[in-house]
Design a binder for this molecule. Structure first.
Ligand code: ZN
Length: 242
C-alpha cells in the first residue's frame, strides 16, 4: 500500500488539486494530518474534495478552532480573523466532517497526529529537544506530524539523541531499524522558505518515505484570499514560503 501523506491544506484547494494531479498514480490511499481549513479561501472545497478520496484524516488546531472547540486567544491576529471568516463560511455538512476527525491514530508501525504525540493538537516540534521529549509518547517506530508547516525528519539515534534531517526530495528515506518523527510539510501554506506545496509518499511494503515538492498556481490562491477580504499578509506570505 502506498500512502499519499498530506497536512495543513488550510483552505488552499488550488494547492490541494495540484498535489493530487502531480502525485496521480503514485498512491492508493490518502492520510491527511489535519488543518484542512483556516487561513485559506476555500475551506468548503477542500473538505468536499477530501471526501471524494480514500481517506484517513485527523483533526488540527485550526479545524477545532473553526468548530469553536478551542480558545483562539493564542492565535495571531491574522489567524484569528481567518478562523472567524471560516466559521461563517463552513457548510453544516462540512462542519460535521470536521467534528468527526480523530486526534490520534495508530496503524501498523505508524502513529499519526497533527501536532505531536504528547499534545496531538497543539505542540510545535521545532527543535531536537522537543522531538526527544516526544519519543516516549508513542509506541510505534515512526510518527507522522504536520502543524509547523516545515518538512523535517527527527531521527532518534542509538544513544537517545535526536538528529534533525532536512528532507531529501529526490529519494526515499528508509524507516526500518530506527525510530523517527517525520513532519510531512504543508500543502497550503509552506513555511520552509520554499513556496511549493509539500507532501509525501509512504510505501508500507518497503517501509520507506519520500518528501515531494509540488509547484502550484500561487497567484490564483492569492487572488481568492484578496477577493474574500482575508488579511493581505495571508496572501503575501504564500509566494515566499513563510
Ligand atoms: Zn497548520
Amino acid at each position: 500500500m502506498r500512502i499519499l501523506m498530506i497536512s495543513d491544506i488550510h483552505g488552499n484547494c488550488t494547492a490541494l488539486e495540484a498535489v493530487l494531479k502531480h502525485m496521480e498514480g503514485l498512491w492508493d490511499y490518502v492520510w491527511c494530518l489535519g488543518d484542512v481549513v483556516g487561513y485559506g479561501p476555500n475551506p468548503n472545497e477542500c473538505v468536499e474534495r477530501l471526501k471524494t478520496l480514500p481517506l484517513l484524516c485527523l483533526a488540527g488546531n485550526h479545524d477545532w478552532a473553526t468548530l469553536d472547540w478551542i480558545d483562539v486567544e493564542t492565535f495571531s491576529a491574522d489567524a484569528h480573523r481567518a478562523v472567524e471568516w471560516t466559521r461563517e463560511q463552513i457548510h453544516p455538512q462540512n462542519r460535521t466532517f470536521l467534528e468527526s476527525l480523530p486526534i490520534k491514530y495508530m496503524i501498523g508501525q505508524y502513529t499519526l497526529v497533527h501536532a505531536s504525540p504528547r499534545e496531538p493538537v497543539w505542540e510545535y516540534i521545532l527543535e531536537a529537544e522537543t522531538a526527544e521529549e516526544n519519543f516516549p509518547h508513542f509506541d510505534t517506530s515512526t510518527c507522522f506530524v504536520g502543524h509547523t508547516h516545515s518538512a523535517k525528519i527527527y531521527r532518534l539515534t542509538d544513544d537517545g539523541q535526536v538528529e534533525i534531517h532536512a528532507p531529501s526530495y529526490d529519494k526515499p528515506y528508509d524507516l526500518s531499524g530506527q525510530r523517527q518523527i517525520i513532519n510531512v510539510g504543508s500543502v497550503g501554506q509552506p513555511r520552509d522558505q520554499n513556496p511549493d506545496a509539500k507532501c509525501g509518499i509512504l510505501n508500507m511494503a518497503d517501509n520507506t518515505f519520500q518528501h515531494f515538492r509540488v509547484p502550484y498556481d500561487i497567484a490564483e490562491t492569492q487572488k481568492r484570499i484578496r477577493a474574500a477580504n482575508l488579511p493581505e499578509r495571508l496572501a503575501a506570505r504564500l509566494e515566499h514560503g513563510w
